[in-house]
Design a binder for this molecule. Structure first.
Ligand code: FES
Length: 181
Protein backbone atom coordinates (compact mmCIF):
# COMPACT_ATOMS: atom_id res chain seq x y z
CA UNK A 1 0.00 0.00 0.00
CA UNK A 2 2.83 2.35 0.96
CA UNK A 3 4.73 1.35 -2.19
CA UNK A 4 1.61 1.99 -4.28
CA UNK A 5 1.22 5.44 -2.74
CA UNK A 6 4.92 6.13 -3.35
CA UNK A 7 4.61 5.07 -6.98
CA UNK A 8 1.48 7.07 -7.56
CA UNK A 9 3.04 10.14 -5.94
CA UNK A 10 6.17 9.73 -8.07
CA UNK A 11 4.06 9.22 -11.18
CA UNK A 12 2.01 12.27 -10.35
CA UNK A 13 5.14 14.40 -9.83
CA UNK A 14 6.60 13.20 -13.13
CA UNK A 15 3.35 14.07 -14.91
CA UNK A 16 3.26 17.46 -13.20
CA UNK A 17 6.85 18.04 -14.29
CA UNK A 18 5.95 17.19 -17.90
CA UNK A 19 2.96 19.52 -17.70
CA UNK A 20 5.01 22.44 -16.35
CA UNK A 21 7.75 21.82 -18.92
CA UNK A 22 5.10 21.77 -21.62
CA UNK A 23 3.67 25.11 -20.48
CA UNK A 24 7.12 26.71 -20.37
CA UNK A 25 7.89 25.21 -23.78
CA UNK A 26 4.75 26.76 -25.28
CA UNK A 27 5.63 30.18 -23.82
CA UNK A 28 9.11 29.93 -25.33
CA UNK A 29 7.90 28.59 -28.67
CA UNK A 30 5.26 31.25 -29.39
CA UNK A 31 7.67 34.15 -30.08
CA UNK A 32 9.96 31.86 -32.09
CA UNK A 33 7.09 30.62 -34.26
CA UNK A 34 5.82 34.20 -34.67
CA UNK A 35 9.29 35.29 -35.78
CA UNK A 36 9.52 32.44 -38.28
CA UNK A 37 6.05 33.18 -39.69
CA UNK A 38 6.48 36.98 -39.72
CA UNK A 39 7.30 37.18 -43.47
CA UNK A 40 4.03 35.39 -44.28
CA UNK A 41 2.00 37.48 -41.82
CA UNK A 42 3.60 40.68 -43.07
CA UNK A 43 2.95 39.76 -46.69
CA UNK A 44 -0.69 39.16 -45.91
CA UNK A 45 -0.94 42.52 -44.15
CA UNK A 46 0.63 44.43 -47.03
CA UNK A 47 -1.34 42.79 -49.79
CA UNK A 48 -4.47 44.35 -51.22
CA UNK A 49 -5.01 46.43 -48.09
CA UNK A 50 -1.83 48.42 -48.59
CA UNK A 51 -3.71 51.13 -50.53
CA UNK A 52 -4.03 53.87 -47.94
CA UNK A 53 -5.90 57.15 -48.17
CA UNK A 54 -3.99 60.40 -47.72
CA UNK A 55 -7.26 62.31 -47.58
CA UNK A 56 -9.74 63.99 -49.91
CA UNK A 57 -8.48 65.61 -53.11
CA UNK A 58 -9.60 69.01 -51.77
CA UNK A 59 -6.64 68.87 -49.37
CA UNK A 60 -4.24 69.01 -52.30
CA UNK A 61 -4.89 72.11 -54.42
CA UNK A 62 -3.74 72.13 -58.04
CA UNK A 63 -0.22 73.38 -58.57
CA UNK A 64 0.72 73.03 -54.90
CA UNK A 65 2.79 70.65 -52.83
CA UNK A 66 1.46 69.68 -49.40
CA UNK A 67 2.63 67.52 -46.54
CA UNK A 68 0.51 64.44 -45.81
CA UNK A 69 0.72 61.59 -43.30
CA UNK A 70 -0.33 57.96 -43.39
CA UNK A 71 -0.06 55.16 -40.85
CA UNK A 72 2.41 52.48 -41.89
CA UNK A 73 0.46 49.23 -42.50
CA UNK A 74 3.38 46.99 -41.52
CA UNK A 75 3.89 48.20 -37.95
CA UNK A 76 2.87 46.47 -34.76
CA UNK A 77 0.01 47.73 -32.59
CA UNK A 78 2.40 48.96 -29.92
CA UNK A 79 4.46 51.11 -32.33
CA UNK A 80 2.17 54.07 -31.68
CA UNK A 81 3.08 57.34 -33.36
CA UNK A 82 6.29 55.91 -34.80
CA UNK A 83 4.03 54.25 -37.37
CA UNK A 84 2.99 57.64 -38.77
CA UNK A 85 4.89 58.38 -41.96
CA UNK A 86 5.00 61.74 -43.70
CA UNK A 87 5.16 62.25 -47.45
CA UNK A 88 4.93 65.15 -49.87
CA UNK A 89 2.00 65.33 -52.28
CA UNK A 90 2.28 67.40 -55.44
CA UNK A 91 -0.89 68.12 -57.38
CA UNK A 92 0.51 68.71 -60.85
CA UNK A 93 -2.68 69.67 -62.72
CA UNK A 94 -5.67 68.19 -60.85
CA UNK A 95 -5.35 65.06 -63.01
CA UNK A 96 -1.83 64.00 -62.21
CA UNK A 97 -0.14 63.78 -58.85
CA UNK A 98 3.25 62.91 -57.47
CA UNK A 99 3.67 61.49 -53.97
CA UNK A 100 7.23 61.67 -52.70
CA UNK A 101 8.82 59.83 -49.81
CA UNK A 102 9.91 62.43 -47.30
CA UNK A 103 13.36 60.88 -46.96
CA UNK A 104 16.30 62.24 -48.88
CA UNK A 105 17.72 59.82 -51.44
CA UNK A 106 21.19 60.38 -50.00
CA UNK A 107 21.08 59.21 -46.36
CA UNK A 108 17.41 59.52 -45.54
CA UNK A 109 17.01 62.85 -43.73
CA UNK A 110 13.52 64.35 -44.09
CA UNK A 111 13.42 66.91 -46.88
CA UNK A 112 11.41 70.13 -46.68
CA UNK A 113 9.46 71.88 -49.42
CA UNK A 114 10.21 75.54 -50.10
CA UNK A 115 7.50 77.01 -52.36
CA UNK A 116 9.46 80.29 -52.64
CA UNK A 117 12.19 78.53 -54.58
CA UNK A 118 10.17 75.54 -55.83
CA UNK A 119 12.75 73.21 -54.32
CA UNK A 120 12.86 70.37 -51.84
CA UNK A 121 15.85 70.96 -49.56
CA UNK A 122 17.61 68.48 -47.32
CA UNK A 123 18.97 69.98 -44.07
CA UNK A 124 21.66 67.35 -43.55
CA UNK A 125 24.11 67.81 -46.41
CA UNK A 126 22.45 70.37 -48.64
CA UNK A 127 20.82 68.06 -51.17
CA UNK A 128 18.23 69.79 -53.35
CA UNK A 129 15.46 68.50 -55.61
CA UNK A 130 13.23 70.21 -58.17
CA UNK A 131 9.47 70.30 -57.66
CA UNK A 132 9.06 67.13 -59.77
CA UNK A 133 11.37 65.28 -57.36
CA UNK A 134 14.32 65.11 -59.72
CA UNK A 135 17.78 65.82 -58.35
CA UNK A 136 18.88 69.46 -58.50
CA UNK A 137 22.19 69.50 -56.61
CA UNK A 138 24.17 68.10 -53.70
CA UNK A 139 25.14 64.58 -52.65
CA UNK A 140 21.99 62.66 -53.69
CA UNK A 141 22.65 60.62 -56.81
CA UNK A 142 19.02 60.41 -57.85
CA UNK A 143 15.64 62.03 -57.33
CA UNK A 144 13.18 61.52 -54.49
CA UNK A 145 11.49 58.14 -54.21
CA UNK A 146 7.85 58.09 -55.19
CA UNK A 147 4.78 56.11 -54.22
CA UNK A 148 2.36 54.58 -56.65
CA UNK A 149 -1.01 56.31 -56.27
CA UNK A 150 -4.58 56.18 -57.44
CA UNK A 151 -7.71 58.25 -57.03
CA UNK A 152 -10.85 56.60 -55.70
CA UNK A 153 -14.08 58.14 -54.38
CA UNK A 154 -12.58 61.60 -54.33
CA UNK A 155 -9.59 60.57 -52.22
CA UNK A 156 -5.91 60.15 -52.99
CA UNK A 157 -4.58 56.70 -52.16
CA UNK A 158 -1.01 55.48 -52.12
CA UNK A 159 0.44 52.00 -52.11
CA UNK A 160 2.22 52.39 -48.81
CA UNK A 161 3.34 48.81 -48.38
CA UNK A 162 5.64 48.99 -51.38
CA UNK A 163 8.29 51.63 -50.85
CA UNK A 164 10.38 52.26 -53.94
CA UNK A 165 13.91 51.05 -53.52
CA UNK A 166 17.17 52.71 -54.50
CA UNK A 167 17.32 50.19 -57.34
CA UNK A 168 14.42 51.84 -59.13
CA UNK A 169 15.44 54.74 -61.37
CA UNK A 170 13.31 57.89 -61.38
CA UNK A 171 11.92 57.17 -64.84
CA UNK A 172 10.29 53.97 -63.61
CA UNK A 173 8.71 55.49 -60.53
CA UNK A 174 7.60 58.82 -61.99
CA UNK A 175 3.92 58.99 -62.86
CA UNK A 176 3.16 55.63 -61.33
CA UNK A 177 -0.54 56.32 -61.37
CA UNK A 178 -2.94 53.44 -61.23
CA UNK A 179 -6.33 54.06 -62.78
CA UNK A 180 -9.24 53.02 -60.66
CA UNK A 181 -12.45 51.64 -62.14
S1 FES B 1 20.84 63.07 -46.30
FE1 FES B 1 20.12 64.56 -47.69
S2 FES B 1 21.89 65.34 -48.60
FE2 FES B 1 22.62 63.83 -47.25
Amino acid sequence: MIADNGMSRRTMLVKLGFLLNGIVGVFLAVPIVRYLLSPVIRERKTGFESWLSLGGLEQFPAGQTRLATYHNPVVNAWDGQTGDVACWVRNVDDQNFQVFAINCAHLGCPVRWFPQSNLFMCPCHGGAYYQDGSRASGPPERGLFQYAYKIANGALLIKAGEMPTPGQPVAETAGTRTTCA
